[in-house]
Design a protein. Structure first.
Length: 119
């Protein structure tokens, strides 16, 4: 079994979660299918997501793509100052003095994430 597209990958993930809902007996055809699917999924993900899932630095959701935050805050300039972690005054993400502002998802970059104003 080989997964070669995003659609097949999604279908495989769905099938795995369906199979996991069943009580599978060892050696049953479904258990074997689950093994094969898991293997195919990890092979696909090794190729297409070699770094593991990307996580937005602000809402912590897994996303396909990250963007520069567009904030005016430059926590890396605060290197050596005893500030540690603080909330970015622009977007509210937790940032670390001395480290670059984390990248964020498209919705956070565009300030369209639900809950953006709830801080
Ligand atoms: Zn986000
Ligand atoms: Zn920010």
């Amino acid at each position: 079994m080989k997964i070669s597209s995003k659609e097949e990958h999604e279908a495989a993930l769905k099938r795995v979660s369906d199979l996991l809902d069943l009580e599978l007996r060892n050696g049953s055809p479904e258990a074997e299918e689950l093994d094969l699917l898991s293997l195919a999924i990890s092979e696909y993900e090794d190729i297409h997501f070699p770094m593991g899932p990307l996580v937005c630095g602000r809402c912590y959701e897994e996303v396909d793509q990250l963007f520069d935050s567009g904030c005016n805050e430059n926590p890396e300039d605060l290197k050596g100052q005893p500030i540690g972690q603080y909330h970015c005054p622009d977007c509210g993400a937790m940032v670390l003095a001395g480290a670059p502002h984390p990248q964020v998802c498209e919705r956070c970059r565009d300030r369209k994430h639900p809950g953006f104003d709830e801080r």
